[in-house]
Design a protein around this ligand. Structure first.
Ligand SMILES: [Zn+2]
Length: 244
């Protein structure tokens, strides 16, 4: 096997180990379609897979997979013989078998299996679920598929959340730090600048009140009245002043 091919598969395995808890010995769940392809290309599954991974692997299948292969009869006789050689893992469908693809999907829900299958439909549905690892035969060569878009998306999301979590922690830390300074600073502002603050605000409001009435005729008359009242008051004062 070429070194570059090993590097590629090794990189994929490391990715699944790091992000989805796949552990050695890697468990390879094999179905009849994979066995059929191996038979067609005259390769020994166990030998090729061990060579390909160059690490400890466990090859296994389920009762549902065997039963489906048997039910398909003559075209799959060779494949059925091969698939029966692997260790049979309990799948929870004992006594009431389901389709091989359904069985594999349910098996991969809680366990880390590398699914060895040529079933395009099964591959398609497994790719949609993050953390599913696929192995298939490209002619006579095993290929460990690179992580699916769904897997990558989840890993990126996790990394982002982790970063955000760290950022939130940092912000909280900074807030705490600044909070100590911030509590001291406003107290000083309130005591020193407190009385000065209301004046500019009230001045602005009064300016606005004067500016707006100039645009409206109705309110303009009010101002005129107000001015006249002031004039009257001044007249009283004048009268009083005159009396005095
Ligand atoms: Zn099953």
């Amino acid at each position: 096997m070429k070194i570059s091919r090993f590097k590629k598969s090794h990189k994929t395995l490391v990715y699944f180990a790091n992000n989805f808890d796949y552990r050695e010995p890697y468990q390879v769940l094999i179905d009849a379609t994979f066995c059929q392809a191996a038979l067609q290309h005259k390769i020994g599954i166990e030998e090729q897979i061990r060579k390909y991974f160059q690490c400890n692997v466990k090859l296994l299948t389920t009762q549902c997979i065997i039963l489906e292969a048997e039910a398909l009869g003559a075209p799959l006789t060779g494949a059925t013989t091969i698939v029966k050689q692997f260790h049979v893992h309990k799948c929870g469908h004992e006594g009431k078998p389901v389709a091989a693809a359904e069985c594999i999907k349910s098996m991969t829900k809680d366990n880390r299996y590398i699914v060895a299958s040529q079933d395009r439909l099964l591959q398609g549905s497994l790719r949609k679920i993050p953390g599913r690892c696929l192995l298939y035969l490209h002619k006579a060569t095993p290929v460990l598929e690179a992580p699916s878009a769904a897997s990558k998306k989840m890993v990126q999301k996790r990394a982002k959340n982790l970063m955000l979590g760290k950022q939130v922690d940092k912000i909280e830390y900074m807030k705490e730090k600044q909070g100590l300074k911030a509590t001291e600073a406003p107290v000083k502002r309130n005591t020193t600048k407190g009385p000065k603050n209301p004046n500019p605000l009230s001045c602005k409001k009064s300016k606005k009140q004067k500016q707006i009435p100039q645009l409206h005729g109705v309110q303009e008359t009010n101002i005129v009245k107000a001015k006249r009242k002031r004039v009257k008051i001044s007249a009283h004062v004048k009268a009083e002043q005159l009396k005095a």
